[in-house]
Design a binder for this molecule. Structure first.
Ligand code: COI
Length: 354
């Protein structure tokens, strides 16, 4: 049963820790919501700073029909994971990076944001409160979803008068079933080219607009869509929920962060891991032609981790890539997950023990 009483002290002293495991089948986790016991909520008026949040039972939130998030999409989300180690600790992976990215997005959308310290502290608190939902080693992870949304009521187009920082969690397994078959989307774009758009922040408004393209691709047997740059339609950007990489000989390339690409924390970590493994890594424009001529292709993301792309279809052309245990993708995934789960030495101090 869940702990009966949770406080919200900064040192976490009142938070009762559930040492047992939630009663669910840990072998059946996919990537769908499994509600946990608690969520974290912190509010702040426009022009103020976030100060004190609290842990409350997970449940629906009450919101004005004229809230900024509902009417004008003033909102951001984040995603990070907690893993249970073999010796029973719980590790977060680079939570400070999520905090910084939320701060950059908040500046872009005219919202106050929690300080990185507040963000990481809140994440730690909510993971401790929901500890029984962190899957056993090898069975998945606890996906942590921070939101920053304009919850104050208004009518005219303007920043909302009040903001809510909320964190909920769900135990998860794999996001994707097996290697991906991507369809290159050549009519609909994810982000505006140049620095004027919001493709580079985790705005909630970047996601629903891709559903028609995704649905169309899925109806035709593909796993996901791959977007192109909206200025020329000649360079690859990212898939619906992950960054992409291509490998040719010993060189790895991934689209550069230029305002249209989501600066993935897994992307950034994989670049460092690949360099350490002796690969040349380039962040630059990657043309469709180049992708079609690559030896291997893979995607990265917090939810997807690292996954091989089995094929890409561009108009009438389909190219198949190497998949399976001998791929670079598989090696990178093993290294990353090894660090995240405490099985490999964390030389870069990426993990944070809760
Ligand atoms: C993540 O990988 O954490 C994401 O935010 C992608 C997604 C599930 C929308």
């Amino acid at each position: 049963s869940p702990p009966s009483m949770l406080g919200n002290r900064k040192d976490g002293s009142e938070i009762a820790v559930a040492e047992n495991y939630a009663d669910i089948n840990w072998d059946e986790l996919g990537f769908s919501l499994v509600p946990t016991d608690y969520m974290y909520v912190m509010k702040c008026a426009k022009g103020d700073k976030f100060s004190q949040g609290s842990i409350v039972p997970f449940g629906n939130i009450e919101i004005s029909p004229s809230a900024g998030i509902l009417n004008y999409g003033q909102g951001l989300f984040e995603g990070l994971k907690a893993h249970r180690t073999e010796d029973g600790h719980v590790l977060l992976f680079r939570p400070d990076e999520n905090a910084q990215r939320m701060k950059r997005g908040a500046d872009r959308l005219c919202m106050p944001s929690p300080s990185p310290g507040q963000f990481v502290n809140a994440v730690k608190q909510i993971v401790i409160a929901n500890k029984r939902w962190v899957p056993p080693p090898g069975k998945g992870s606890l996906y942590i979803r921070p939101l920053l949304i304009g919850t104050g009521a208004l009518l005219g187009v303007a920043p909302a008068p009040e903001y809510t920082f909320l964190i909920y969690c769900s135990p998860v397994g794999s996001y994707q079933k097996g290697a991906l078959n991507l369809k290159v989307e050549d009519k609909l774009y994810r982000a505006i080219s140049g620095c004027g758009g919001t493709g580079g922040i985790k705005s909630v408004t970047n996601y629903a607009p891709v559903y028609t393209a995704m649905a169309d691709a899925k109806a035709n047997g593909f796993s996901d869509v791959l977007f192109l740059d909206s200025a020329t339609g000649k360079h690859i950007e990212e898939a619906s929920a992950c960054n992409v990489f291509v490998l040719k000989d010993n060189a790895i390339s991934t689209p550069a962060i230029d305002g249209t690409i989501l600066p993935g924390i897994t992307r950034k970590s994989i670049i460092d891991i690949a360099i350490d493994l002796g690969y040349q890594v380039m962040e630059r424009s990657v043309s469709v032609e180049e992708m079609l001529g690559a030896d291997e292709m893979f995607c990265t993301g917090t939810a997807v981790v690292v996954n091989s792309v089995a094929s890409v279809t561009y108009k009438e052309t389909r190219v198949d890539y190497k998949t399976g245990p001998a791929t670079l993708s598989s090696k990178l995934r093993k290294t990353l997950v090894g660090i995240q789960t405490g099985c490999l030495e964390d030389k870069k101090s990426w993990t944070v023990r809760v």
